[in-house]
Design a protein around this ligand. Structure first.
Ligand code: SF4
Length: 431
């Protein structure tokens, strides 16, 4: 009899938002959700297949689940299950395999596991309404809620498998997003993170992503709204103006660049040139004081030469970026690039991604040092083991602070006194 369930979630923010929603639904249905290091009757693994490394990590998570819950059942859901259902089904210990259209129905399929059967439920074409029902939003932490507002993607970047795994772009109804924001505020959440796959393509009839952001800000009194990630060619002047003028919209943009060479961007079938990204980042930096701008970069795309790589390094050197997420190219089935000769040796890929990580660390520290002595608005999320309270500023800085009072889920002004490698420490202002 399945009573206890734990989760292992891999991959993107959206996967984490979806796991939280499914977890909340099972909790409301009476199942006991336990930590991922606690033995459980069922382990649900929300998988990722964006790279070959991600697939390997999913297989690793399955092995860990078997070790922690030797008598438990395992359900693998999401992108790896969607891409290779038979391969996943053959992995030892796996009982239920659900694709991206079916994962929200897991609650209705648990009886299959009770009967000890093994089943695959994966629609070849992903589509339809794969949004969590109203009120079943992620409740991972009591301070921040991830709201899935958009799904799928119609872009066809040459290296990317996501459109094949998540289907074409579709958006959640704007009014239901506003209703959810009002409900989350009433439940005590202080921040909502708007999540999707290609969020800038959000559309609800004539209303676009800026309309959604503006509607949530004007029709709910949520204290903070954060945008998870947005493509450079979809970041509109209206959105920049909203962020410049609306203090509740967190000063944080994550804008995937992928590469700094126009030739490689062309091969990747990205929809902009490096110059657009250069102008956009400088425009944000000049118009939104204290803004945190992060990016994604991909090394080792077929044909990438030392010259291409140096073009990227020089572009990133010049830009006021605060951090990069660095990925190594790996060929993905069904993508336009899969047929290209994967010409960059793995050792070179490793060296180039290491060089980018070191540059990202330097940029991060340079960004943090700007706030020494400054006051930041911080949402306190938890009390760390060291007895310090820990939170995130609106501009994506992790801040630690001492307090005699319990301040979790409070937004407090903190004066920054110490700058660390990747975090800062400060003092509470105003008691
Ligand atoms: S925009 Fe490109 S990289 Fe992003 S999900 Fe769509 S195809 Fe993939």
């Amino acid at each position: 009899m399945i009573k206890t369930i734990n989760f292992r979630t891999l991959g993107c923010r959206l996967n984490h938002a979806e796991s939280d929603s499914i977890q909340y639904g099972l909790h409301m249905a009476g199942y006991q959700i336990v930590g991922d290091k606690t033995a459980a009757d069922l382990t649900i693994i929300n998988s990722c297949a964006v790279t070959q490394q991600a697939e390997a990590k999913t297989r690793g998570a399955i092995a860990v689940a078997r070790r922690i819950s030797p008598h438990g059942k395992i359900a693998v859901i999401g992108c790896y299950a969607q891409l290779s259902p038979e391969v996943v089904a053959d992995l030892k210990g796996v009982n239920l395999i659900l694709g991206n259209s079916e994962k929200y129905r897991i609650q209705d399929l648990l009886d299959i596991l009770e009967k000890g059967q093994k089943e695959i439920h994966v629609a070849r074409i992903v589509g339809g309404d794969t949004f969590p029902p109203l009120g079943l939003i992620s409740k991972g932490s009591r301070t921040r809620a991830h709201m899935k507002v958009q799904e799928g993607c119609d872009y066809r970047c040459a290296y990317c498998i996501i459109p094949l795994l998540r289907g074409s772009t579709r958006s959640r109804n704007l009014q239901s997003c506003v209703d959810e924001a009002v409900m989350l505020r009433e439940q005590g959440f202080k921040e909502i993170v708007l999540s999707g796959i290609n969020i800038g393509t959000y559309r609800d009839s004539e209303q676009d992503f800026s309309d959604l952001v503006s509607a949530i800000l004007s029709k709910s009194d949520i204290e903070r709204l954060r945008i998870s990630s947005i493509e450079p060619d979809l970041l509109t002047d209206r959105l920049i103006e909203l962020m410049r003028s609306e203090p509740r919209l967190c000063r944080h943009f994550h804008i995937p660049l992928q590469h700094g060479s126009n030739e490689v961007l062309g091969w990747m079938r990205r929809r902009y040139k490096a110059e657009l990204f250069f102008d956009l980042v400088n425009n944000l930096f000049q118009n939104i004081p204290g803004v945190c701008i992060g990016t994604d970069v991909l090394v080792g795309f077929p044909g990438e030469s030392e010259k291409h790589f140096n073009e990227m390094m020089s572009l990133l050197e010049q830009l006021p970026l605060a951090y990069f997420h660095v990925f190594r190219y790996s060929a993905r089935p069904g993508t336009a690039a899969v047929g290209l000769n994967d010409s960059v040796p793995i050792q070179i890929k490793k060296e180039r991604s290491e060089a980018l990580r070191l540059l990202s660390d330097r940029k991060r520290n340079h960004f943090l040092r700007q706030f020494n002595g400054a006051d930041l608005s911080v949402l306190i999320e938890k009390k760390s083991k060291l007895g310090l309270y820990r939170g995130l500023s609106d501009n994506y800085i992790t801040v630690n602070v001492k307090s005699d009072n319990q301040i979790v889920n409070n937004i407090r002004i903190i004066r920054i006194t110490d700058i660390g490698i990747a975090e800062v420490q400060g003092e509470l202002i105003g008691g």
